[in-house]
Design a protein around this ligand. Sequence first.
Ligand SMILES: *Cc1c(COP(=O)(O)O)cnc(C)c1O
Length: 455
Amino acid sequence: MNKKQLLEDDLKYIWRPFTQMKSLEKDENKPIIIKKGKGIYLEDIDGNKYIDAVSSWWVNTLGHSNKRINKTITKQLKKIEHVIFGGFSHEPVIEFSKKLVSLMNNKLTKVFFSDNGSTAVEVALKMAYQYHVLKGNPQKRKFVALKNSYHGDTLGAVSVGGVDMYHKLYKPLLFEIEQAESPYCYRCPMGCERNTCKIDCLLSIEKILEKDANNIAGVIIEPLVQAAGGMIMYPAEYITKLRSICDKYNVLLIDDEVAMGFYRTGKLFAYEHAGIVPDIICCAKGITAGYMPLSVTVTTDEIYSAFYDDDVDGYKTFYHGHSYTAYPLALSVALENLKILEEMKIEEYLKPKISKFSKEIEKFRSHKNVGDIRQTGMICAIELVKDKQTKEPFSYEDGIGKKIYLEGLKLGAILRPMWNCIYFITPYIITEKEIEKLTDIAFKALNKVLPNEEK
Ligand SMILES: *Cc1c(COP(=O)(O)O)cnc(C)c1O
């Protein structure tokens, strides 16, 4: 089919996520039809190549068309593609679970499977609530979540979400939560400065728990980075302190590692930076290197054993499951991914790249519209502001992110903006040279849209 026909049919038959469909009638908003990918590059049907600076929605880690992963899929396909996970099992799921638990080397020992990040969060919320019920505390059913948080788009996940644009409309359908301040260091809700503060924003959680812990099941966070809320980054110490607050009030700590897990922060899981162990973690995006939908919710023996019972159909059973639970094809990839990462000695492998990013993003600092530069491991974000002194943000109508995105495309990189942030979440296999190239493209795109002339 030719491109014109493809685009016509795309618009005619498909309803896209997070998109006002009418806006797609404009030429500049037409989707780019990707034909293939190799490494960090995507290629469209006209033969244009783009650096995939967003890892195809933060999922890809080993680059596109990785030979070993592709082979793994074909190999597994010859054995079994899918089998019911009630009453049956298969080698990939057993081997993967064992390996994952061994890598966590701590108290997280039981792996529950589903197939996307939102669902991993749903599972965590239900598990946390039921745990308290089984412990004789059925009134503990509220959750604490943060402003600017994003945990997915299913209704439970939306309930604990804190980004108005995505979540507000659905409020009448949601369960009630307690919302705490966001640890947004650049725009501190407490009016503090990061280098002198004592993580004062945690007070807002502590106050909620002090008053209402008896009715609260858990606190849910995105560790180190509130990603979809605007790449808001905060120190690991926050999580360390939050752990003790949760312990003090008998409230579970639910750690949504969907975006940060699988080495995005430089370690397997972001919570490791805080030297603590959460009660439940949710993982998805990088779990299959970006090749198959899969997610897990991992928890402790303590929670698991509260459900363990002789009564097979009693209320201690965890009633949750999906038709694609522990999908063998996805599990074969997840297992191979862990093996590849291990062989790469991934933590060491990422260190020079993380340093290279730190060095290269410095070139943005002197730009008159760059308010803040942030980095956590392999994630970099540059927050643009109208005015550096007042930190006045650009408004949605300014469309700055969009303009930079369009310039980026012309220069060969996908710089999908996040609010007023330019960000990089690239596949791990990006080379130092390519990091230079990508940041140069972003810098050029920024200067094209917002020229940095002397005032
Ligand atoms: C993307 C994301 C989710 C949702 O995952 P999906 O697979 O898109 O449902 C949940 N939590 C966080 C932190 C995320 O970044």
